[in-house]
Design a protein around this ligand. Structure first.
Ligand code: ACO
Length: 154
């Protein structure tokens, strides 16, 4: 068992680009959404082991732009806890919809997000081809399209 603490990044803290880039390999894309987002970081015994990036789309909808768990801590339910934390924070901030996007090749992430109640809501065709300089692969499948999922928070 571990005791997980999830809290917004402090003003004096620097975000972990190792974690951010493990979820989104485009530093340029990260730099576009980060200034408008809040990073929530997860700690076990004061060691930073995960984070998610909470982006307000408008008054009704927020989006998890980036979510990552340190490789050494993956597969222990921390990603699930981060998602549940984001859902609770979105509800308590009055949002009606929480969305998240991942690639067509991200089979495990699609599984995890749907298990937490997110439903397929759209596809941004060729998103990864049009916006990333190098071809990306996961599970031996090219990441071409962004699959959008949303969760209603009523
Ligand atoms: N393949 C298969 N199953 C998976 C995967 C995977 N890659 N990731 C999670 N799962 C399943 C687990 O088996 C588990 O299933 P269960 O509830 O039936 O037991 C469930 O999802 C929850 O798994 P967790 O242990 O909570 O997930 P974890 O702590 O590993 O975090 C995460 C998941 C954040 C995707 C992590 O693997 C990671 O950091 N990956 C690299 C970065 C990444 O891909 N981030 C997401 C990109 S999309 C975006 O950022 C919006």
């Amino acid at each position: 068992m571990f005791s997980l603490v999830i809290k917004p990044i402090g003003e004096e803290d620097t975000p972990s680009y190792d974690l951010l880039l493990s979820a989104d390999p485009s530093e340029l894309a990260i730099q576009v959404y980060l200034p408008y987002s809040t990073i929530y970081q997860a700690y076990i015994e004061e060691r930073l082991i995960g984070q998610y990036v909470f982006f307000p789309v408008d008054n009704h909808e927020a989006e998890i732009k980036n979510i990552a768990v340190d490789e050494a801590y993956q597969g222990q339910g921390i990603g699930k806890l981060l998602l549940q934390d984001a859902i609770q924070r979105a509800i308590s901030s009055g949002y009606k919809i929480l969305s998240i996007g991942t690639s067509n090749a991200s089979i495990g992430q699609l599984y995890l997000y749907q298990k937490q109640g997110f439903e397929l809501s759209g596809i941004k065709m060729n998103f990864f081809i049009d916006n990333y300089s190098e071809p990306l692969y996961e599970n031996g499948i090219q990441c071409k399209h962004m699959i959008m999922l949303t969760k209603e928070l009523y």
